[in-house]
Write a protein that binds this ligand. Structure first.
Ligand code: DGL
Length: 275
């Protein structure tokens, strides 16, 4: 089935998931995307696993009931790490695609064997990421080391478009990662393990220097979403889907609409959704 005839829900704590939406729009320009920023509860990164899971469940139910979405993309590493297993259990057999820090692609890319991973505290301290790291390290044929760095406050600074804070926090966290290279091989690959971080990629790249390759997950997640949709059973009739994007926020929709215009060139109003 052609992925163009689908309505896809996409959610994040805020504007970060727009980096995934950008890749989804490039992959499936004829689909309709309902993007929800959980602005009233952002940031997720320093919340408890229970709180993030509760939000993920509530949002998924709401998007299914109100917008009749055909699939959901959890465009948030933190919510994927803390809630996706529970979501899949609750919505058995229904398509849910998550976003995971790109440790596997980074392991294939690194020459020095030293990969930095930046993400929210919720993500880098999650059991899911620890399992992935341990598996890849034990399977590697040459020495492989992942340095995980929690970046408290960075997603929030990007959310507020606070450039001085983005610079100061990036400097602190990238500095911490680079200082470890005295005991390890130089870090040559950096995983952006939070969907907000691609919007600070210029600053992060400048701090890391030209020898570090940054890896993010938007494009592979978009490809996976298309494959999942195209594998769905073909129903007898389908409602007509108008291509485009609906922008919703549980908080103030204005910053979301501004970010979508600035980063994706989308000139559409944001709407408030109580959820
Ligand atoms: N963008 C999200 C992520 O990928 C969450 C950031 C946050 O709300 O702390 O983890």
């Amino acid at each position: 089935m052609n992925s163009s005839s689908f309505t896809v829900g996409v959610f994040d704590s805020g504007v970060g998931g727009l980096s995934v939406l950008q890749a989804l729009l490039a992959e499936m320009p004829q689909a309709h995307f309902v993007y929800l920023a959980d602005g009233a509860h952002a940031p997720y990164g320093e919340r408890s696993a229970e709180q993030v899971a509760e939000r993920a469940h509530r949002i998924t139910r709401r998007l299914r009931e109100t917008f009749h979405i055909d699939a959901l993309v959890v465009a948030c590493n933190t919510a994927t790490a803390l809630a996706i297993e529970g979501l899949r259990e609750q919505h058995l057999g229904w398509p849910i695609v998550g976003v995971e820090p790109a440790l596997k692609p980074a392991a294939a890319l690194t020459h020095t064997g030293h990969v930095g991973v930046i993400g929210t505290r919720g993500t880098v301290e999650s059991a899911r990421v620890a399992r992935l790291r341990d598996r890849l390290q034990s399977e590697a044929r040459t020495p492989l080391h992942f340095s995980l760095q929690a970046c408290d406050g960075l997603a929030d600074a990007i959310e507020r478009d606070d450039q001085p804070a983005i610079r100061a926090l990036s400097q602190r966290y990238i500095g911490a990662l680079l200082s470890q290279t005295s005991t390890l091989a130089p870090m040559d690959t950096l995983v952006l393990g939070c969907t907000h971080y691609p919007f600070a990629s210029e600053i992060l790249q400048a701090l890391c220097g030209p020898n570090v390759t940054m890896v993010e997950t938007g494009a592979p997640v978009a490809r996976r979403t298309r494959q999942v949709l195209e594998a769905l059973p073909r129903p007898e009739t389908r409602p007509v889907v108008v291509p485009g994007v609906t922008l919703l926020s549980t908080g103030d929709p204005e910053p979301l609409a501004r970010a979508a215009q600035r980063w994706l060139g989308l000139k559409i109003p944001g709407q408030h959704l109580a959820c």
